[in-house]
Structures are given as structure tokens and as C-alpha cells.
Design a protein around this ligand. Structure first.
Ligand code: PGA
Length: 251
């Protein structure tokens, strides 16, 4: 059985104070939950204060990005080793905003994913189609391509560290959630692909999150899909009540 995994992606939001109260608020509400894996991904600069606020609760923390080199002259970048050094557990790789706003390629994402695994982090690899790609009937093609390129060279033993997040770009931050049928269809396709790329037991074991306007009101429906194993939550993860409500629904 795959344990549900709900992660909050805070993106470029919060402040020192807001990050601290959000983390402490979550600890109060859901810090003891054991039946759901939980994580929050604050901006780099707030990672350590959030870690402190999370304390020994069951909520883990992750970063929103990582660079693929270990150290050296890479101004502005953060390595997997640095993240591990501050006891970070997860890292988001290939988020659609990094692909489409910052311009990251599948090749760069693959290097980051590989470096994250090598550095002992658990990466969340995001994939998903644009609105026009869905309209053109290219959803599967786009997602397959992102997965094949993103996971290139990652062997069976290493891929077990990975969570996949299917995030249709048209649903991110738009309030337009994919229907549970749309989500299930793509998740099932991804699991089939994982069985082809690796084997059936890896495909059954890897968790596939859905992301894109996930909120308390649609959590139960999305999580009822057999191949939806969790959620990557943006906007709703910035409110203690909303994120806690989602965790409690899944619990
Ligand atoms: P959203 O973002 O929940 O605000 O749509 C999801 C994400 O980008 O991971």
C-alpha cells in the first residue's frame, strides 16, 4: 500500500514571521498525524526557521529547487549536499514555474533529479501539460516525454527515492482543478509507463501526487482516485486551516 503524501509548496511567499507562524500553526493542527506523509516546502531563506518550528513533529520539510553541482563557483545556487546538511528531506524538481517561467529544460531537470538522489534527498519530480497541449490532445505525449527525459539514467534502485507530481499547468494557481477523471486517467498512464520503464513492483510502489488548485473542497474526490497517492498543494498550503483540513480529510 502506498502511504498518502501531501506536500505544501509555498513558492515565493511568506516572510520570516509568516513562515514561522504557518509552520507552528500546522504543528498544532496536524503535527501528530502518522497515517499521511506530510511536508512543507518554504523558500530557501526560511528553511531553517521552519525546520526549527516543525521541531520533532511529523511534518517534514523540503526545498523548492536544487542545483546539480556539489559546490563551487555557481553564484546563487544551492546544492543537494547543503540541503542535506540542514536535514532537509524533500526537494521539488522541475516545477512548471521553473520550466515555463525560468526556462528549465528536461536535461537540466534530469541532472537536478540525479543530484538530489545522490545527495540523499527525496525529489518530487513535477510533470504536466499546458492548456494548449491538452486541447491538442497531446497530454500523454508531453507527460511521457517529460518523465522519460526527467528519469533518464535513473536506475531501479535510485528511482525509489522519487515521488512524481502530475500538475496540469492550466490548473496551477488558476482555481481550475482537473476533474478526478482527468487526474486518474493521467496518473494511471504514468503508472503504466513506470512499469514499462522499470517494472510492475516499482510502478506499484512509487507515489504519484496530483497538483493544481487542490484545496479542502476537492481533496476527498481527488484522493479517492486509485492512482492519486497524494497532493502537491500551492495556494491552499499557505493557510493553516486549509492545509490542515486537507491532511485531516486524507487521514
Ligand atoms: P496551486 O499550485 O495549488 O496553487 O494550484 C500547485 C503547485 O504549483 O504545486
Amino acid at each position: 500500500m502506498r502511504k498518502p503524501f501531501i506536500a505544501g509548496n509555498w513558492k515565493m511567499n511568506t516572510s520570516h514571521q509568516a513562515a514561522k507562524s504557518l509552520a507552528s500553526g500546522l504543528v498544532d493542527q496536524i503535527g501528530n498525524v502518522t497515517t499521511v506523509d506530510m511536508a512543507v516546502c518554504p523558500p530557501f531563506v526560511y528553511l531553517q526557521l521552519v525546520a526549527k518550528a516543525l521541531g520533532s513533529s511529523n511534518i517534514a520539510f523540503g526545498a523548492q529547487d536544487v542545483y546539480f553541482e556539489r559546490n563551487g563557483a555557481f553564484t546563487g545556487e544551492i546544492s543537494a549536499e547543503m540541503l542535506k546538511d540542514i536535514c532537509c528531506t524533500y526537494v521539488i524538481v522541475g516545477h512548471s514555474e521553473r520550466r515555463h517561467v525560468i526556462g528549465e529544460t528536461d536535461e537540466l531537470i534530469n541532472k537536478k533529479l540525479s543530484a538530489a538522489i545522490n545527495g540523499g534527498l527525496l525529489p518530487i519530480l513535477c510533470v504536466g501539460e499546458l492548456h494548449e497541449e491538452r486541447e491538442a490532445g497531446k497530454t500523454d505525449e508531453v507527460v511521457v516525454n517529460q518523465l522519460k527525459k526527467g528519469l533518464a539514467g535513473i536506475c531501479k534502485e535510485r528511482v525509489q527515492a522519487v515521488t512524481i507530481a502530475y500538475e496540469p499547468v492550466w490548473a496551477i494557481g488558476t482555481g481550475k482543478t482537473a476533474t478526478s477523471d482527468q487526474a486518474q486517467e493521467v496518473h494511471a498512464m504514468i503508472r503504466k509507463l513506470l512499469a514499462e520503464m522499470y517494472d510492475e513492483s516499482i510502478a506499484q510502489e512509487l507515489r504519484i501526487q496530483y497538483g493544481g488548485s487542490a484545496k479542502p473542497s476537492n481533496t476527498a474526490e481527488l484522493m479517492a482516485c486509485p492512482d492519486v497517492d497524494g497532493l502537491l498543494v500551492g495556494g491552499a498550503s499557505l493557510k493553516v486551516e486549509d492545509f490542515s483540513a486537507m491532511i485531516k480529510t486524507v487521514e
